[in-house]
Design a protein around this ligand. Structure first.
Ligand SMILES: C[S@@+](CC[C@H](N)C(=O)[O-])C[C@H]1O[C@@H](n2cnc3c(N)ncnc32)[C@H](O)[C@@H]1O
Length: 313
């Protein structure tokens, strides 16, 4: 009997199955989270690392308002139109889908971590398209948040749909929810009414995407308009509120918070985006340039269960 040819051994071991925690996409840094930059008196603090790790180190019930613009799980080989040209949708490894179930577990995990740090009367805003917003809404229901409003951000000048097989995508949703059923949330009704020319502000907000003026300090693929963040933080933050963004990006929420006199905590996996945020914040408040000693090697965020961060609200 002829000897069967042995199968050639694989040139390299098969890739290990992803076992990363729900919060960490493939690109998550292995290093512990650290304080990247702080403005004087903690008026703005930027943390480099995974938001779950940083949130776990913050004191419970310490934050007034959270704005979260999480991964939309859109970067999966699709095409879009950029500056009139066909371009692939690739916002970064952090935006790649990990499948419906895992994406939902991720949303549940970071929303639960946010709920822990919200004050009893605190509120959270979460933006997203249909790719992610239903999972976010369902997770909010599972976790016992109290739905307040669903804002529709309408973009008057969206990029055209090049395939001509769909309607042009021209909206994003922003869910607004209170920590729980008992929350007595803050709403600046009069300010919103005034901003709307003396009549009640509706849930459809027509605002242009950020232009060149908002990108002077660098670019981020999913930067939100400042007017959007200013409006929602003005509506939900009482004077001197502490605002947190677990997916900081270019720090639009931080800039809006700084303009409104709120304190800010921003978290991102990408140090370049945090540095962009630092530059944007310094353009708002040049006197924040006063140097704060930030250890570069040692983690400035204690591990979960250890003494929590001191926050200046
Ligand atoms: C949709 S963008 C936010 C854009 C932001 N709203 C702005 O106006 O620029 C999401 C950001 O979250 C960061 N990110 C993704 N997953 C993360 C995680 N697990 N922890 C911390 N940051 C994360 C990405 O690096 C990205 O900058």
């Amino acid at each position: 009997m002829q000897e069967q040819a042995k199968a050639a051994p694989p040139a390299s071991p098969p890739p290990a199955k992803a076992t990363a925690p729900a919060s960490a996409p493939a690109s998550a840094p292995a290093a512990p989270p650290r304080l990247f930059w702080s403005a004087p008196e903690g008026r703005a603090r930027l943390f480099h690392g995974d938001s779950l790790a940083v949130l776990a180190a913050l004191p419970a019930e310490s934050v007034d308002v959270i704005f979260a613009d999480p991964p939309y799980f859109l970067s999966n080989g699709g095409m879009t139109c950029k500056a009139g040209k066909r371009a692939s949708v690739d916002k970064g490894a952090w935006d790649q889908s990990r499948g419906v179930e895992e994406n939902h577990e991720f949303n549940r995990a970071w929303l639960a971590a946010c709920k822990r740090v919200l004050k009893p009367n605190g509120t959270i805003w979460v933006s997203g398209t249909g790719h992610v917003i239903y999972s976010v809404g369902y997770a909010m229901q599972q976790l016992g948040f109290k739905p307040l409003n669903e804002i529709v951000w309408e973009k008057p000048n969206p990029p055209p749909n090049l395939s001509c097989r769909y309607f042009t995508h021209a909206t994003e949703s922003i869910l607004w929810a209170a920590r729980d059923r008992k929350s007595k949330h803050h709403f600046a009704y009069d300010a919103m009414r005034k901003l709307n020319g003396g009549t009640q502000m509706k849930t459809v907000w027509r605002l242009t995407a950020p232009g060149k003026q908002e990108k002077l300090h660098g670019r981020h693929p999913t930067q939100k308009p400042l007017a959007l963040l200013e409006r929602l933080l003005m509506a939900s933050g009482a004077p001197g509120a502490l605002v947190l963004d677990p997916f900081n990006g270019s720090g639009t929420s931080g800039v809006a918070a700084a303009r409104l006199g709120h304190s800010y905590i921003g978290i991102d996996l990408d140090a370049e985006y945090l540095d962009l945020t630092r530059r944007r914040l310094l353009a708002e408040h040049p006197h924040w340039d006063r140097q704060i000693a930030v250890p570069t090697a040692a983690p400035a965020v204690p591990a979960a269960g250890k003494p929590a961060l001191h926050l200046v609200a």
